[in-house]
Design a protein around this ligand. Structure first.
Ligand code: NDP
Length: 447
């Protein structure tokens, strides 16, 4: 069987075995379509059936999460942890709390995580988890009880050398605190390295909160530099207004660019004077309010529920909210508006059709598994600090993050050049991530 027939057979098997898991199929297809030249150069990985093994998670855990709400009513949610691949290190990847979470979403995220973590060059395998719990409108006490119940089951699968979760959509510093507290109570151990994204006073790392957003902007800047350009004076559009979006906005402003629009699930704001970050943080982080509140107090801003944040003319677009939020129509609008680069702060925010349109139009495209790798890279630095019982100053961690992002960018370009076109960052990311994992899997034998 030739290489492309083998890849098609693997994809058909994925669809058959994981029926209804559309996002996982999409993420797998996106990687597989780049593996042809890599496998032709490495027939030993074909023979060892590395791709077949890589596409099947090592372990998947699904569990009941019962808890009592503020009215005394018993609620039941479903929790997940997919331990996808441990060839390079313990499973590492975030937890997502959102009503849309299901096994297919967790598997797509876990699969992406394998390659992302490999690209950082750090010793971390890939995993992901979460629950179909909706934190919106829940009291602090309800969030705490939910986190405690979730960890009561999950803790038996975790450990600083086994599986180390972090945050994702709906899971920030507050939730990590409750999860860590319950793990500590159940195990009677202060095992700092079991979760990342912790508070600074109890084992967290400086710059972890900022890392994903900052890293995405570093990556965008590196892409622009290959064309002799940079972020200074550029108009930038960011989707989302959560952890990744807020710190992407902060870094764009620090580098002299101007973010003129951002969004949440209820619409988007346009502010030609540049998004006021302190106001945005006050509304989204402190008050946990809707983004529409921003336009109510900011005279230069308008809030809209029609169209999309990607319709706002910009030089750079940073999708930082969720999967498949930027589709072919949005890509056409970006191209028409002369956008130079798109870097994915979120995981798989661009649909395959959108990526195709951007690439054909010559728009620089940084895929999430490379462009948002700064978050997990800094989590690995947090683990390093926990292991040595050390705490690095902000500048040391932030500078290590900048170096990792520059290295990931270089690795993507050189690998893409080896197998095709140096501007094809998706090819570079998929091929480089795959090669690092495949080499380790092959060395470990058939397991
Ligand atoms: P947050 O929960 O902090 O923020 C998510 C933002 O996206 C919010 O503004 C939210 O709006 C919006 N959003 C979420 N779901 C939807 C939806 N279905 N439609 C429209 N808007 C939506 O999450 P993060 O910032 O941590 O994560 C954002 C993305 O970045 C995710 O794809 C995540 O996987 C990825 N990522 C995160 C990392 C991290 O370190 N946190 C690391 C690498 C990737 P609203 O407030 O209205 O819900």
């Amino acid at each position: 069987m030739d290489v492309s027939a083998r890849i098609e057979a693997v994809y058909a098997q994925i669809v058959r075995r994981n029926s209804g898991e559309a996002e996982f199929h999409q993420a797998a297809r996106e990687v597989l379509q780049n593996l042809g030249p890599v496998l032709s150069a490495h027939p030993e990985y074909l023979e060892a059936r590395i791709v077949e093994r890589l596409c099947e998670p090592e372990r998947q855990v699904i569990f009941r999460v019962p808890w009592v709400d503020d009215h005394g009513v018993v609620q039941v949610n479903r929790g997940f942890r997919v331990e996808f691949n441990s060839a390079l290190g313990p499973y590492k990847g975030g937890l997502r709390f959102h009503p849309s979470v299901n096994l297919g979403i967790v598997k797509f995220l876990g699969f992406e995580q394998i390659f992302k973590n490999a690209l950082t060059g750090l010793a971390i395998g890939g995993g992901k988890g979460g629950a179909d719990f909706d934190p919106k409108g829940r009291s602090q006490a309800e969030i705490m009880r939910f986190c405690q119940s979730f960890m009561t089951e999950l803790h038996r699968h975790l450990g600083e050398h086994t599986d180390i979760p972090a945050g994702d959509i709906g899971v920030g510093g507050r939730e990590i605190g409750y999860l860590f507290g319950q793990y500590k109570r159940l195990t009677n151990r202060f095992e700092a390295g079991v979760l990342t994204g912790k508070g600074l006073g109890w084992g967290g790392s400086h710059a972890r909160t900022e890392a994903t957003g900052y890293g995405t902007v570093h990556f965008a800047q590196e892409m622009l530099r290959t064309r002799g350009q940079d972020l200074a004076d550029r108009r930038v559009v960011v989707s989302g207004s959560g952890n990744v979006a807020v710190y992407a906005i902060e870094k764009v402003h620090a580098l002299g660019g101007r973010v003129v629009a951002c969004s949440d699930s209820g619409g988007y704001v346009v502010d030609d004077d540049g998004i006021d970050l302190e106001l945005l943080k006050e509304i989204k982080e402190n008050r946990r309010a809707r983004l529409s509140a921003y336009a109510e107090v900011r005279p230069t801003a308008t809030h809209s529920v029609r169209g999309s944040v990607f319709d706002v003319p910009c030089d750079i677009a940073l999708p930082c909210a969720t999967q498949n939020e930027l589709d072919d129509q949005h890509a056409v609008a970006l191209v028409k508006n002369g956008t130079l680069a798109v870097a994915e702060g979120a995981n798989m925010p661009c649909t395959p059709a959108a990526v195709e349109i951007l690439r054909e139009a010559g728009v620089l495209f940084g895929p999430g598994k490379a462009a948002n790798a700064g978050g997990v890279a800094t989590s690995a630095l947090e683990m390093r600090q926990n292991a040595s019982r050390d705490s690095w100053p902000f500048e040391r961690t932030a500078s290590a993050l900048a170096t990792v992002m520059s290295d990931v960018h270089t690795l993507c370009r050189t690998t893409a050049d080896r197998f095709g076109d140096p501007d094809d960052y998706a090819l570079g990311a998929n091929a480089a991530g795959f090669l690092r994992v495949a080499e380790a899997m092959d060395a470990h034998g058939v397991i």
